[in-house]
Design a protein around this ligand. Structure first.
Ligand SMILES: Cc1cc2nc3c(=O)[nH]c(=O)nc-3n(C[C@H](O)[C@H](O)[C@H](O)COP(=O)(O)OP(=O)(O)OC[C@H]3O[C@@H](n4cnc5c(N)ncnc54)[C@H](O)[C@@H]3O)c2cc1C
Length: 384
């Protein structure tokens, strides 16, 4: 089932694209995702294919060689990818998040230069905000930017960087040495080939194992003034505004995981018999399926609403936080029920719901935990 509401008529191009991504995901990503989960390489291996499919250029305006999707189509596509591979979905989502940043905040001519190549593998993007001591509290980042002739020197260590092993470009938030209060944060686009930049893989993740996660170390990495994102002192504003768009992607990843769990749950409930009947005929099992359908439909509606808001021009931070909060928590509830419906079979790694259960877990954590989304929603109401 698609993320697109039944009453919405997509145009021919949008429909064809979403169907093509569904086919591609089923043929190329579903089986690989299982192999990635077992530790056999990662999404990094299929970046060329993602680029060929146009998935690295979803948000790149058409005049720069991208597909120029709106956020509704983008979310529908991420949902399709996530039904087959949550790892590939977050990969594409983070790359899209950084694309949006370049498009909105990077000054010319660097903006055009980057966007013109953004759909290609060598411009694969990563978002480096978190550090060992700075997660929910982004303002406690310690990575420094020291003004030098023609630009800045970056020093510090970023944690948990999705796409970090293969990225050609990093969006980085740093604290500027000597800046006045209120203007201490600057954001940069950093070339992944810069001398002094090194990457270390983070291993042992619970889920989304096919997704690259890395520690990125910056040792006197030079960034030219032209690669500043937004104006000096605006780094935190850029970060927070951009995460609003990013959350649409993670919310769509969550609905995709929920959809996959529901499909598995229904199929198993029809086929597994106990007491001489399919288990789906027992009220308790049917109830778990019904609750999951309601959770999923409500989540999809919130994601569609948030994406529609973004397409309308004014990003509604409350709407994107509601979508991310609800969709991620719903995906976890659905994944829990999917394992429950499978009984003991759902507890072993041969069964797909076991993986989906682990994959769902991250969605309430990255790009703002559920607790942080609740804070954003309450703040928008003037309550916190
Ligand atoms: C697989 C993975 C991929 C990631 N990818 C990226 C990436 O690409 N780029 C990036 O920059 N980061 C990334 N992250 C980091 C992620 O965004 C952070 O883990 C997340 O923001 C939470 O920060 P933290 O882990 O430091 O937890 P903390 O901030 O230490 O939070 C711990 C707990 O305390 C709660 N808490 C904290 N503050 C409050 C508060 N004020 N009120 C109520 N509760 C609170 C949290 O909700 C949470 O439950 C990734 C993380 C993982 C695990």
């Amino acid at each position: 089932m698609s993320l697109v509401p039944a009453e919405v008529e997509l145009n021919e191009d949008e429909r064809t694209l979403i169907e093509a991504v569904r086919d591609f995901s089923r043929k190329e990503l579903l089986a690989r995702d299982g192999a990635w989960d077992r530790g056999e390489s990662s999404v990094g291996d299929v970046l060329g294919q993602l680029a060929e499919m146009g998935l690295l250029g979803l948000l790149v305006p058409q005049k720069y060689g991208g597909l120029g999707c709106d956020y509704r189509t983008y979310a529908a596509i991420l949902h399709e990818i996530a039904t087959c591979s949550a790892a590939a979905a977050v990969t594409v989502s983070v790359h899209g998040l950084v694309c949006g940043i370049v498009d909105r905040f990077v000054a010319e001519p660097v903006r055009t230069e980057l966007l013109s190549h953004w759909a290609q593998v060598d411009h694969f993007g990563a978002f480096a905000l978190s550090e060992a001591g700075a997660g929910s509290d982004a303002a406690s980042v310690k990575t420094t930017a020291t003004p030098v002739d023609g630009g800045y020197h970056l020093n510090g260590e970023k944690m948990w960087v999705t796409n970090g092993l293969s990225a050609g470009w990093f969006f980085v938030l740093a604290r500027v040495r000597g800046a006045s209060e209120g203007r201490e944060f600057c954001a940069f686009m950093v070339d992944g080939r810069s001398p002094g930049l090194s990457r270390t893989e983070i291993k042992g993740k619970m889920g989304i194992r096919g997704s690259e996660t890395a520690v990125i170390d910056f040792a006197d990495v030079f960034v030219p003034q032209t690669h500043l994102v937004g104006k000096p002192g605006e780094g935190m504003r850029v970060c927070l505004a951009s995460l609003g768009y990013g959350r649409i992607g993670i919310a769509a990843q969550a609905t995709g995981i929920g959809e996959a769990c529901l499909t598995e749950m229904i199929s198993y409930a029809r086929q597994r018999e106990q007491f001489g009947r399919p288990i789906g005929t027992f009220g308790a099992v049917a109830g778990m399926i019904a609750d999951s359908v309601v959770d999923l439909e409500a989540a999809k509606a919130l994601v569609w609403q948030a994406a529609s808001g973004a397409d309308g021009g004014g990003l509604d931070r409350s709407a994107t936080s509601m979508a991310k909060l609800y969709a991620s928590e719903a995906a976890n509830r659905i994944a829990y029920r999917a394992v429950q419906v499978h009984g003991g079979s759902g507890y072993v790694n041969e069964c797909r719901v076991e993986r989906l259960y682990r994959d769902a877990r991250i969605t309430t954590i990255y790009e703002g935990t559920s607790e942080i989304q609740r804070m954003v929603i309450a703040r928008e109401l003037g309550e916190a």
